[in-house]
Design a protein around this ligand. Structure first.
Ligand code: PRX
Length: 643
């Protein structure tokens, strides 16, 4: 690990929202007077009724988290209406297509009209406050319109990433009991088409709650439209008025559900509410990216993940920013694509994932240097630990040592960034997410939950709440309490491990549970295992993460076949294709090892620690195997390791 300190440059500090002195003052104030601090920060969004109650939180017992509980607002008003008088003709969204020849610019006024039309159309379909609407869209402007239209009518959106399979889509629709699905004919990515409507048709065979499907025409590809269920977006929207009364929402009314993977069971519906989430989205977007009016801001995530929710749509639009939405991928048509887009749209702030940085780093400096990148001011990283080597490449080559790098640590559950340098205030260290934002109280605890002081390495917890945190697991509050508050009672457990150095800087070391992070995509090993065992030839499966140069982690699967089934390369290919079909391409196993037996304790528990060591080729570190029911299985697995 690198401990080089990269100081805040005077040019960056000049005109910053938060300099070092302000950072210290805010941090102290948020601890001394959280109610006063968060009352003031609430003023950054638009309220119909200003809240008088600020914080009401209990991390013990049944756990309740309420912020601004008597406030009334509508998230879409903060993102749209209140900007019309001052910046109605400013570009809200720059859309850059997968095909470099296609782009579009949408002003705040146009976005407002498009959102209102869809909101009216949703109401015409019978959507009421509290109803769930599933969104399965590619990275087109309609995705942002869909989110804001749901918010406008008080519907709770649940976005399913366009790369998920029909099965994954179906489970998420069933769990949320959505009544409407918003999708498109097809998506585009890296020159290929993604059959979204066809996937949706497949999923809907097992989703009786869906009464209508609204389909955006994107590629113009042929799709089947079911009479009485499926409608073209333009047919339901074009005739609607461009004004729509926003639904008054209590601060604690849900804004969205987003399904994410945990260490066990089915994906959890992470529920975020309206007031606190919006304050957090605006606060963090402004502080961490030091967003200044008129700047062009680009987050390369997909709206299917939380990063897209908070840092493509809600945060930037709440702050009146120009946000860039990119349909494509970093290496199409060539590996200079990001930098070509940066120059084309004069991007000032650029936010991407370490996996993208590492894959571009492999291609050398020339494709970067070919483009000027002179507009860039701030670079951000998110989604997985960034190794110092990739951090330094990003800093030196992409940012010409001019732009600070903000390594932002957070989670779907946290709603927004919790640990990150503020560019005008905090000196950076390559590979460290540095310090908590003012108002965030991280800590490290040992295995017994004892707080660790000073420089230490342990489990990362949060000691108190912040406005943007999740409120519950949709439909399963007991699972919420169990997952996040039972390991270390009275604290929110992140599932991550971290090291804190002598300067108090945090270095996230990765998940300490059975969640893996593959190319910045979070996945539960249990989900991949259950996809594998659903195949008729598989008796048992165990999945672990293995180190991967580009993706951070790869997927390593140990598979035990049913008796009499021949282990062949053809069957490996079949299983890989099967997992892709069951979950989606992001879950494609990188390696499959035939395992005649799995290392189990006498009580039948699989010792994953051993499997992780073998996958990582760290066989010397396997340690004690004497508690296994049959220690010889380990020898066999070591001898037949793949790769
Ligand atoms: O392990 C951490 C890792 O990603 C997990 C959260 O994944 P997800 O809910 O999909 O949200 C991703 C976008 C916020 C965390 O538990 N992670 C996220 N950001 C970082 C990170 N690990 C290290 N450094 C980061 N900056």
């Amino acid at each position: 690990m690198s401990d080089d300190l990269i100081a805040v440059k005077p040019a960056v500090a000049a005109g910053t929202h938060v300099d070092a002195a302000r950072h210290a003052a805010m941090t102290a104030e948020a601890i001394a007077d959280p109610n006063g601090f968060w009352r003031r920060e609430a003023g950054r969004i638009a309220w119909m009724t200003t809240p008088t109650q600020i914080k009401d939180v209990d991390f013990t017992g049944d756990v309740h988290i309420r912020w601004y509980a008597d406030g009334v607002l509508n998230a879409s008003v903060s993102c749209l209406d209140r900007h019309l008088a001052t910046r109605g003709d400013q570009v809200a969204i720059i859309w850059e297509g997968d095909d470099p020849a296609s782009d579009a610019k949408i002003t705040y006024r146009e976005l407002h009209a498009r959102v209102c039309r869809l909101a009216n159309a949703l109401r015409a379909q019978g959507v009421k406050k509290g109803d769930r609407v599933t969104i399965y869209l590619p990275m087109i402007v309609e995705a942002a319109v869909a989110m804001l239209a749901c918010a406008r009518v008080g519907a709770v959106h649940s976005i399913v990433f366009g790369g998920f399979s029909p099965d994954s889509l179906a489970t998420r629709i069933q769990e949320s009991e959505s009544t409407i699905l918003l999708t498109a004919d097809e998506g585009r990515r890296g020159g290929r088409k993604v059959a979204l409507k066809a996937n949706a048709d497949e999923a809907l065979k097992s989703c009786p709650t869906i009464t209508s499907v609204i389909v955006a025409r994107n590629t113009g590809g042929a799709v089947e439209m079911q009479d009485g269920r499926d409608y073209w977006w333009s047919d339901v929207c074009d005739s609607q008025p461009a004004e729509c009364m926003p639904e008054p929402m209590n601060a604690e009314d849900p804004l969205f559900i987003l399904y994410t993977s945990g260490s066990t069971g089915k994906p959890k519906g992470v529920l975020h509410t309206t007031g606190g989430y919006m304050v957090w989205a605006s606060y963090t977007h402004e502080l961490v990216f030091d967003y200044r009016p008129g700047e062009v801001y680009w987050c390369t995530a997909d709206v299917g993940w939380v990063t897209g929710h908070t840092y493509i749509v809600y945060g930037p639009l709440a702050n009146g920013a120009t946000t860039l939405m990119f349909e494509g991928v970093p290496n199409y048509p060539d590996v200079g694509r990001f930098w070509q887009v940066v120059d084309k749209h004069k991007v000032n702030i650029f936010y991407t994932a370490p996996t993208a940085i590492r894959s571009l780093m492999r291609e050398g400096e020339a494709p970067v240097r070919k483009h000027s990148r002179a507009s860039l001011r701030i670079l951000g990283s998110v989604g997985e630990p960034i190794n110092p080597e990739a951090w330094l490449w990003y800093y030196r080559v992409v940012g010409d040592e001019r732009c600070p790098v903000v390594d932002t640590w957070w989670q779907t559950e946290t709603g927004g960034i919790l640990i990150s340098p503020l560019p005008g205030a905090v000196a950076q260290k390559p590979g460290s997410a540095t310090l908590p934002l003012p108002g965030v109280l991280p800590a490290l605890v040992d295995g017994e939950g004892k707080l660790m002081e000073g420089a230490a390495e342990g489990n990362l917890v949060l000691l108190d709440a912040w406005p943007g945190m999740m409120r519950t697991v949709y439909g399963d509050h007991a699972r919420f309490v169990q997952t996040y508050f039972s390991t270390f009672p009275g604290m929110y457990f992140t599932g991550d491990g971290a090291r804190r150095d002598a300067d108090g800087y945090y270095w996230i070391t990765g998940r300490v549970d059975d969640v893996i992070n593959v190319a910045g995509h979070r996945m539960g090993t249990a989900e991949i295992e259950s996809a594998l065992v659903a195949h008729t030839k598989v008796a048992e499966a165990a999945v672990v993460g293995m180190p991967h140069d580009i993706k951070g982690q790869g997927i390593y699967a140990y598979v035990t076949l049913k008796t009499g089934i021949e282990p062949t390369d053809a069957l490996k290919k079949e299983l890989i294709a099967w997992v892709r079909k069951e979950i989606g391409p992001i879950a494609t196993p990188d390696a499959i090892q035939w395992a005649p037996g799995l290392p189990k304790t006498r009580s039948g528990k699989i010792m994953r620690r051993i499997l992780r060591k073998i996958a990582a080729n760290e066989v010397d570190g396997i340690g004690d195997t004497s508690t296994l029911a049959d220690p010889t299985v380990v020898t066999d697995l070591v001898d037949n390791r793949v790769g």
